[in-house]
Design a protein around this ligand. Structure first.
Ligand code: TXA
Ligand code: MG
Length: 333
């Protein structure tokens, strides 16, 4: 594995050219996006795409996001381009929004897990954009972690999770958004959010009108294949994550310590319990930026249990709430 450091604002051309060459050879390049690091392969090469599934030990029913550098690139991946896609792209691309659209035949089944639709986005990161442009390819990239585990927000997290399974890692420092993109499905009449993120339902509704919410979708209990990212347990640290109200953080930590566990606590407003504590800001944007980094840190410190203070109810917290609820044990429905 080769780790190449790059300036996140103006990446060195030689570094990008090297990584682009590796992609064109059908091998895997991990690269920073504004959300989390992605594990990239040539989206048009089914053997390269198979390597992603092998490296991540990802179930083959969970489709990948295709990263492109511009709208023309997105239209080469999607077979239809509804007005909603045009409006959303104008407002949110490049950025942490993924659109699910009907797919073109050229996109291998491996990318879409055999679905008739494809997920596509333009990432807002100079390194990702330079890589895609230089390779001259659509780049299929899930988050660069083993399946079901925490997403990486630094190159070190990628090394820890995937190690030698990656050919090249472009190290552009920590990512800024910190949790994965909002995924919106535009393949049926009413757009719906398949995975909440930092672009909120309200922001999308201003552009495309009322959405079907994730709660509506959950109520209908779709088969996992419809939206595999909604499998209940996901995005988990190695430690057991327990979500509690602010008032119960101290007592939960103490009880877990009394049972001989190494315990970490992630709080916003709760009084600091004894032991390892990380306090994050009371702003969804600032909290999301540091969430995975904080959980990775507790794992690295050997924690058995991470006690996390529940985050506020506001719509801007939907993405963070979703990740914490999926990571929590037992999963909260
Ligand atoms: O921010 C992100 O989205 C990051 C960076 C690297 O771009 N990528 C990411 O990829 O989180 P991944 O593979 O970890 O998550 C992709 C999500 C999954 O929940 C997957 O099920 C969903 O997108 N997805 C992909 N293609 C789909 C499709 N055709 N229909 C429905 N859901 C799809
Ligand atoms: Mg992922």
């Amino acid at each position: 594995m080769e780790i190449i450091r790059v300036d996140p604002r103006s990446p060195n051309e030689k570094a990008i050219a090297r990584a682009a060459e590796v992609l064109r050879e059908g091998r895997l390049v991990a690269f920073p996006t504004e959300t989390v690091y992605g594990l990239g392969a040539n989206a048009l090469d089914h053997t390269a795409v198979d390597r992603i599934y092998a490296a991540k030990e990802r179930p083959t029913y969970n489709p990948l996001i295709v990263h492109v550098a511009d709208i023309a690139g997105a239209q080469k991946v999607a077979s239809e381009w509804p007005e909603a896609a045009d409006k959303l792209a104008a407002l949110f691309w490049p950025g942490p929004l993924t659109m699910v659209l009907p797919k073109r035949d050229e996109i291998p089944d491996g990318v879409t897990a055999g679905l008739g639709s494809v997920a596509v986005r333009i990432p807002a990161h100079p390194v990702a954009l330079a890589l895609i442009r230089t390779a001259g390819l659509p780049v299929a990239a899930p988050s660069a972690n083993r399946s079901m585990m925490l997403s990486p927000t630094t190159a070190d997290h990628v090394v820890k999770s995937l190690g030698e399974a990656v050919d090249v890692i472009l190290d552009g420092g920590p990512t800024s958004v910190g949790i994965e993109s909002t995924v919106v499905d535009l393949t049926s009449g009413t757009p719906r959010i398949l995975r909440p993120g930092m672009i909120t339902a309200e922001e999308l509704e201003k552009v495309v009108g009322p959405l079907e919410t994730i709660e509506h979708v959950k109520e209908r209990r779709p088969v996992p294949r419809l939206s595999p990212g909604m499998l209940d347990r996901h995005y988990s640290p190695d430690a057991t994550l327990v979500l509690v109200d602010a008032a119960n953080v101290e007592s939960t930590v103490e009880a877990a310590r009394a049972n001989g566990n190494i315990v970490g606590a992630l709080v916003i407003t709760a009084p600091s319990p004894i032991g390892m504590v990380t306090r994050l800001p009371d702003s969804a944007v600032a909290y999301a930026a540091r969430l995975y980094e904080s959980l990775h840190h507790f794992d690295d410190a050997g924690c058995d249990i991470i006690v996390v203070e529940r985050v506020p109810d506001g719509a801007d917290w939907a993405g963070v709430r979703d990740r914490l609820e999926r990571a929590a044990t037992p999963p909260i429905d």
